[in-house]
Write a protein that binds this ligand. Structure first.
Ligand SMILES: CC(C)=CCC/C(C)=C/CC/C(C)=C/CC/C(C)=C/COC[C@H](O)COP(=O)(O)O
Ligand SMILES: CC(C)=CCC/C(C)=C/CC/C(C)=C/CC/C(C)=C/COP(=O)(O)OP(=O)(O)O
Ligand SMILES: [Mg+2]
Length: 279
């Protein structure tokens, strides 16, 4: 079992970005960063890493077909070793969360539970899996803001709502891409029940909702830089969701690159939020 496999299975890019997002949430709540606030990034990175590892533990049979290169199906990490590793990551994140605030610790405990529930069951349940990932992604802002108290959490509510809606849209389109693989793995997703076309329509509606909510911080919060920056991001998000709107097959959704365009728009939004919070 190599060190690189133990790093790779955590999807470090994912965990690091999530950790940085928690700092953005604290930045939005307070306008500054302090040495203790850096703990937020460590907690989120560890718990996200734990979520990614436990996800691979429960997905091992699907990944043997779809992603044989991943550490467990490739034999680089044993299933038992991965279970212990995931537990250590979750425990580490929660123990460090005890050094933050009771509200942050509560969110860390809830999110660890949701990540495990997602891996065990929610992922294979229509819409609930999408909502779980969207909640987890949006909650990162709430977690960062919560380090500054309930007021800090409230200040991040609109960003959490924007992120939730955009992530639902992207997760639905990811499911529309993966209908065949998910069916083979025994999952039940919205595209399987309602079809790719209706899923695309619902995803586009969620993206439109995210765009509308993204205008809320303008005015009483952030000024013209934010409006100009988020307007560009909104166009990218709408374009990405529109690309998936006309599709009726999983192949069409894959060829549309809708989920990649949405991912790019989501990360661009992160940059706009971070800059708007400090200028
Ligand atoms: C309308 C509008 C402005 C939408 C943007 C919404 C927004 C601010 C989204 C930010 C999402 C984001 C990148 C959050 C960072 C925290 C996090 C959970 C990162 C983990 O990476 C998520 C990544 O998308 C997973 O990639 P993949 O494996 O390809 O699904
Ligand atoms: C705020 C705190 C304390 C924690 C936040 C926890 C976070 C941000 C989690 C990241 C959000 C996220 C990306 C969750 C999804 C978990 C996951 C591993 C999804 C992968 O799902 P699959 O559908 O199996 O797709 P793959 O093919 O990528 O495995
Ligand atoms: Mg998986």
């Amino acid at each position: 079992m190599s060190v690189s496999a133990f790093i790779r299975i955590t999807r470090p890019h994912n965990a690091v970005v999530a950790g940085l997002t928690a700092l953005i949430g604290y930045l939005i709540a307070t306008g500054t960063l302090t040495p203790p606030s850096l703990l937020l990034a460590v907690v989120v990175a560890l718990i996200t890493a734990g979520g990614n590892v436990i996800n691979d533990v429960f997905d091992v049979e699907i990944d043997r077909i779809n992603r044989p290169d991943r550490p467990i199906p490739a034999g680089a990490i044993s299933l038992a070793g991965a279970r212990v590793y995931a537990a250590a990551l979750f425990v580490g994140g929660i123990v460090i969360a005890t050094l933050t605030t009771p509200l942050c610790l509560a969110i860390a405990l809830v999110n660890s539970s949701v990540l495990i529930a997602y891996a065990v069951r929610l992922k294979r349940t229509p819409v609930l899996g999408n909502v779980a990932v969207a909640y987890l992604t949006g909650s990162v802002f709430l977690f960062g803001g919560a380090f500054a108290g309930i007021e800090g959490l409230v200040r991040n509510l609109s960003l959490a709502a924007i992120t939730f809606l955009a992530t639902v849209a992207r997760e639905l389109l990811k499911d529309a891409e993966d209908v065949d693989g998910d069916a083979a793995g025994g999952a039940r997703t919205l595209p399987m029940i309602a079809g790719v076309r209706k899923t695309g329509i619902f995803a586009f509606a969620c993206a439109c909702g995210a765009v509308l909510v993204s205008l809320l911080p303008f005015g009483d919060w952030w000024g013209l830089f934010y409006l100009a920056g988020i307007a560009v991001v909104d166009l990218v998000i709408l374009f990405g969701a529109f690309r998936g709107l006309r599709c009726t097959t999983p192949g069409c959704v894959r060829e549309s690159n809708a989920t990649s365009i949405l991912r790019a728009g989501m990360f661009a939004a992160l940059a706009v939020f971070a800059i708007a919070a400090v200028i």
